[in-house]
Design a protein around this ligand. Sequence first.
Ligand code: LRH
Ligand code: MN
Length: 426
Amino acid sequence: MISEQRIQELNHSLQDDHQFRFNFLAEWLDRRGIAVQEIIDQVAAFQVAIPSWALGTGGTRFGRFPAGGEPRNLEEKIEDIGLLHRLNRSSDSISLHIPWDIPKDVPALQQLLAENSLTIDSVNSNTFQDQPDQPFSYKFGSLCHTDASVRNLAIQHNIDCINYGKALDAKTLTVWLADGSNFPGQQHFRRAYQRTAESLASIYESMPADWTMLIEYKPYEPHFYSMVIPDWGTSYSLCQYLGQNAQVLVDLGHHLPNTNIEQIVGRLLHFGRLGGFHFNGSMYGDDDLTTGSIKPYQFFLIFNELVDGMTDPAVKNPSLAWMIDASHNTKDPLEDLLQSVQSILTTYTKALLVNRVALSQAQEGNDVVVAEELLKDAFQTDVRPLVAEAMRQSGGALDPIAAYRAAHIREGLIQKRGKLSIATGL
Ligand code: LRH
Ligand code: MN
C-alpha cells in the first residue's frame, strides 16, 4: 500500500512550498491574536468515521461502473480504511453496516484493526432489504409493520447488530428506516408512528447503558409519498420518547431543497439531542456526493453552528459522531473519501477562525453587515496550509490525494484483487 517512509519522502518534496504558505497564514492569524498551534491541535484531534459500505463503486438503477480493486470482504475494507488513515491521520474509525459487514473472525479483526490504528465507531442496521433466508418481507415496512411478526424480526435484527458491535467494542447503533408509503391512504400515519416508537423502545431497552442510539431521518426514498421518520422533528420526538441515550442523526442529503440545515443543527444542539452527522454533498436529493462539493458555504454555516454550540458552556449536548455516508459513481472511492475528509477538516478549521466575541456583539447590536462579514471573512480564509500542517504533525501526508496518486494505490489494488472485485454496500 504506502509506507510511512514513502509518505515522508513525498512530504519532503512539498515541504518548501508548504512552509512558505503556512508561514504566511500563521503570521496573518497570529497578528489577529489567533493561537495557531491550538487550532492545529484541534484539527489533528478531529477524526471522521469512514463508512464500510462506501469503499466500492456505487451505482444507480441506471448503471454501475466498477473501479476495479474493490475490497471483497471486511478485512480488505479495514486495510483500505487503514490506508486512508495513514495518509490523512484523520479517519481513525469505521461505521459498519449489517449484514453487509458481519464480523466473522472477531480476534483476527481486532488484530487487524489494531495494526491499522482503527476502531469501530458504530453499527448500522438494515431493515430496508430482504435477506435470502428471511421468513418475512420488509416490503411494507419493518419497525412500523402492521404484522407483529415482521416488527419482531426487525427488532431482533437490531439487537443482533448491537451484539456484533459489542464484540468489536462499538458503542453506537444507527437506525435508519426506509419505512413509509408510496400512495395516499396506503399507511395510517399515527399508528405507523406509534408502532415504530414501541419497536424502537424494545431495541433501546436491550442496548447497554453506555451505548447510544442514533435515529436518522429522511424525507423520501425509497418511498415517495411518506416516510415514517421524514424530518428532524419526528426523530427528536422519538428520542424524547426513548430516553437520554437516543439522539438525532443528521444526514446532510436528507433534506428537501432550500432547507436551512444549519438552523436545524443549532436547534438540536440547543435541545442537547444532536447525536452526529452523515456527511456528504448533494444538489437535489440524497445524492451522496463528495462532502462540501456542491454547497461549501452552507457546509461552513453548519460548522459555524457546531463550533458556536461546542464552545458555549450553556450547551449540554453529548459528544458528536462525525461520519461520512457517500456513494461513488464516477470517482475512485478512496480518492472521493480523501476529498471528503479534506473538505470536512478545512470547513471545521474555517469555523474555528470565526471571531465569536465580535459576532455576538454584532448580533446583539443588530449590526447585520458586520455579522455577515465576520462569517464570510472566516469562510474566505484559505486554511489549507493549516490542515496540511496538522496532518504533517500527525505523521500523515501534506497532500493525501497526491500521495495516493504518487503511490499508484489503485493500480496496486487492481493487481491484487482484480478488475471485477465488487465490494458489498451501496
Ligand atoms: C439512507 C442512508 C443510511 C444508510 C444508507 C447507506 O439513505 O443514508 O444512512 O443506512 O444510506
Ligand atoms: Mn445516511
